[in-house]
Every structure is written in structure tokens, then in C-alpha cells.
Ligand binder design. Structure first.
Ligand code: MN
Ligand code: MN
Length: 286
């Protein structure tokens, strides 16, 4: 697979051979349903990553000591099913080589490609949308179908945090899943939600996906499909810190950098937190 990029994610310039974590971008927004521009997400997230110190005080960890390789971006094809296949091919290589894949989107439609290869027992997503449509805009690989396609991959349990948008049919389907709406999170508090999900997941593996619009659009407005009354950046950060140790793969998608940079900044910071939380769990003596 060939990768292209202008600038790598900060502190992620280790050689592939040495890397435990592999970052790759998928600058694709071909099935966009409202505002275009998530194809510019990977670049914006990488750019703002240079704003942050490599030392993360909450983990007492310097990211320069963690083997992370940013390979750059996949050059996506035009059709969504082809892009899903590109992601499958890429993740297959990373998985075979013992790397943990971290995808920067781009839109949510490609997540199922990674899940299909990694075969986690559980799928945990922060998202304003249920993404449970079977088809949207003439394709079953729309970003509005992401969670539905993940279900096709045979995961045992699906956890959705922050949802507040979907059709009546999607909400019917969601009754068989573990749904914590944004309102549930407001009522219960994110710690209680994390505790419940942690108990349910147990020691099973999971794939962790963050759709940027899970966060309230009044806080991070750089979104292709903005929804108010959502999660806070701290809610999502806490979810990622809690479940990174169990994760076999991670992605942060749907950043559409048409704001003042706050949405990409939250994304870059949470990606760094994911790496730190996972690395520290694998190296408890640090
Ligand atoms: Mn989504
Ligand atoms: Mn969404």
C-alpha cells in the first residue's frame, strides 16, 4: 500500500518496523450527507498535533518514548465500498505485523473495514448518530450505515455513547444494542456509564471509534453533520482513557475543519491520550 502526506502526526515518526502503533489517514468524504470537508480532517488533526507538548503529565509519559509511526494517508478511491476495501487491506498488514491501527478520518463509512479485519468481541462508539441505516444515498457503505455494517462483522456487543439522532427504525434496532444517549450521559454522569460498560465488556477485546459529532456542536463546531445537546470533550476523553487498554484498534473520524480549529485540537489531543493510555496499560512498570 502506498501512503501520501504532507506532514506526519507529531511525535509519530518512528520506523514502521519498530512501531507498536500505526497511524494512517483516510481523507475521504464521498458519502457526505450534509456539509463536505471531512476529507480535510487528517491534515487539520496532524497540523494541530504540533501544538501539544510531547510530555503527558496525567500519564507521566513522554510520547517521544513511545514507538508510533504515522504512515500518512491512503489515497482513497471514489466509491465507498472500494475505500472500505482499501482500509481492510491496510489494517490486515498492520494486524499481521503486530501493530495497533489508529485511523484518522475522513468519514465514518470506513470504520467497518478495520473492524472486519480485527474481529473484536465488542464495538464501542461515541456518536451523535445511530448510523444503523441499512442503506443511505444509494449505498450500504454510507457513513450513515457505519454501525450497521459493523454489526455485519459479527461483533457480540455494540455500545453507543452520545446518540441523539436516528430514524424510528434505527431506534427499534438499537433496542438490541447497549445505547447510552447523550441525555443518559447527562443524567447518569460519564463515570457511571463507563462503569456499566466496563462490567459488560469484561475482559473481551473491543474496537473503539470516536465520531467527532458525538461531542456537542456548540463546543466543537467543525463537523459535517452537527448536532447540539451532546457529549463534552471531557466525556469522550474519559471514555477513550477507560477503554484504550482493551482496544485492538481505534479511530477518530468526521472532523470537518471549517471552525477555528477546536474540533481538530480535541481530536489530536484524544488520539494522544489513546496512545498514552494503551501504552501505559501494556507497560505498567513505567
Ligand atoms: Mn458516525
Ligand atoms: Mn455522527
Amino acid at each position: 500500500m502506498q501512503y501520501f502526506t504532507q506532514q506526519l502526526f507529531a511525535d509519530a515518526d518512528n520506523p514502521y518496523a519498530d512501531a507498536r502503533y500505526v497511524i494512517y489517514g483516510v481523507p475521504y468524504d464521498g458519502t457526505v450527507s450534509y456539509m463536505p470537508g471531512t476529507r480535510l480532517g487528517p491534515r487539520a488533526i496532524r497540523d494541530v498535533s504540533y501544538n501539544f507538548e510531547s510530555y503527558l503529565p496525567d500519564f507521566d509519559l513522554d510520547l517521544l518514548d513511545v514507538p508510533v509511526a504515522d504512515l500518512g494517508d491512503i489515497e482513497p478511491f471514489s466509491l465507498p465500498d472500494d475505500v472500505v476495501e482499501q482500509v481492510e487491506l491496510a489494517v490486515h498488514e498492520f494486524h499481521r505485523d503486530g501493530k495497533l491501527p489508529i485511523m484518522i478520518g475522513g468519514e465514518h463509512s470506513v470504520t467497518p473495514g478495520a473492524v472486519k479485519v480485527l474481529k473484536p468481541a465488542c464495538y464501542l462508539v461515541c456518536d451523535a448518530h445511530l448510523d444503523l441505516r441499512d442503506e443511505y444515498g444509494g449505498t450500504s457503505d454510507s457513513h450513515a450505515c457505519a454501525t450497521r455494517r459493523v454489526m455485519d462483522c459479527g461483533v457480540e456487543d455494540v455500545y453507543i455513547i452520545g446518540a441523539r439522532s436516528g430514524t424510528k427504525e434505527e431506534y427499534e434496532l438499537a433496542k438490541d444494542l447497549h445505547l447510552y444517549s447523550a441525555e443518559d450521559v447527562r443524567r447518569l454522569g460519564i463515570d457511571k456509564v463507563i462503569d456499566e460498560i466496563r462490567t459488560s465488556v469484561g475482559d473481551r477485546s473491543l474496537y473503539l471509534s470516536v465520531d467527532a459529532d458525538g461531542i456537542d456542536c456548540c463546543l466543537t463546531p467543525g463537523l459535517g453533520t452537527p448536532e447540539p445537546f451532546g457529549l463534552t470533550p471531557l466525556d469522550v476523553r474519559d471514555v477513550v482513557r477507560a477503554f484504550a487498554p482493551a482496544a485492538v484498534g481505534f479511530d477518530y473520524v468526521e472532523v470537518c475543519p471549517n471552525d477555528s480549529g477546536q474540533t481538530a485540537a480535541v481530536a489530536a489531543r484524544i488520539i494522544r491520550d489513546f496512545i498514552a493510555a494503551h501504552w501505559c496499560s501494556e507497560h505498567p512498570g513505567l
